[in-house]
Write a protein that binds this ligand. Structure first.
Ligand code: 1HE
Length: 265
């Protein structure tokens, strides 16, 4: 059985044997899934109210493009104060994606640009198909990133590459995007959603505390000075390993019931 709900320009569905994967699809294909305020707020609300039993999520876009970024038709007359609050609204929404209840996998195709790349950067895993391309047209539109891109994108590709993208309007294709770290997976055209779903099903099988540690502890540890990071790591390791689920899983391996690590083709 599948369950779906239609929010404003978002289709929400639960997939997987136990409906453990939330699939969130942007459904403004006619506008290349450009993110207007209503859509950003709907995303925030969805992540704040993720139903019980969801263990991982996929974000995808309808049509040939993942997302054309900020809806430029809404960027008319905003004074500095309104601009500040608008950016903070994006921050709050994408913060709920990154530091929300479950790991999120983005399925990317076509344009992943501007705010679309900022949304993808807030996800935990990015799977791109061969049609994907990445750009930060803010630079040529006379504006700046405002959806957390200045914080998240340099962590993926470094400040130098982001500076180049914004100064020169450079567009990375799917292959180069994967090479520089914009996406972790590159798949043939049309295959991003299926791969993202396959990964989401796999991620949903992890112990919830392990996923929690990867989402909430790892990025914070990575920001800490080494000495503090090591201390936080030890705390998180102790908590994770003391969960009953960890003990069961370790025993399963020791008693030959769990999968071994195998070389992949
Ligand atoms: C839009 C938007 C949009 C398309 N806001 N309406 N982002 C950009 O600067 C990217 C702008 N978009 C594009 O460069 C192209 O549209 C695409 C490469 C994404 C797709 O091209 P294409 O040829 O498939 O579509 P199209 O014909 O350009 O667009 C189809 C419709 O979507 C058209 O509307 P229509 O009523 O004439 O059919 C477009 O106007 C509309 N559309 N993109 C509004 N972005 C938190 S700060 C973040 C800051 C930013 O994200 S700035 C970067 C914004």
């Amino acid at each position: 059985m599948k369950t779906f709900t239609q929010h404003h320009d978002i289709h929400f569905e639960r997939l997987g044997e136990e409906q453990e994967v939330a699939v969130i699809r942007l459904t403004r294909g006619a506008k290349r899934n450009a993110l207007n305020d209503r859509l950003i707020l709907a995303l925030r609300d969805l992540f704040e109210n993720m139903p019980e039993g969801v263990r991982s999520a996929v974000i995808a876009g309808e049509g040939p493009h993942f997302c054309a970024g900020l809806d430029l038709s809404e960027l008319k007359e905003r004074d500095a104060g309104q601009g500040l609050h608008h950016s903070r609204m994006w921050h709050a929404a994408l913060e709920r994606v990154q530091y929300g209840p479950v790991p999120v996998i983005a399925a990317l195709q076509g344009a992943v640009v501007g705010g679309g790349l900022e949304l993808a950067s807030a996800c935990h895993i990015r799977v791109a198909d061969a049609s994907a391309f990445y750009a930060l047209p803010e630079g040529s539109r006379g504006i700046f990133v405002g959806g957390g891109g200045a914080v998240r994108i340099p962590k993926l590709i470094g400040a130098a590459r982001m500076t180049d993208m914004m100064l020169t309007g450079r567009v990375y294709n799917a292959q180069d995007g994967e090479r520089i770290g914009l996406a972790q997976y590159l798949v043939p055209e049309g295959a991003a959603f299926d791969k993202a779903l396959e990964l989401a099903v796999r991620v949903a099988q992890n112990a919830p505390l392990t996923n929690y540690a990867l989402m909430h502890a790892l990025p914070r540890i990575a920001e800490q000075p080494a000495d503090q990071g090591l201390f936080t790591e030890a705390m998180m390791a102790a908590i994770a390993q003391s969960a009953p689920e960890a003990k069961t899983r370790l025993n399963d391996f020791l008693e030959g019931r769990a999968a071994k690590v195998r070389k992949q083709d």
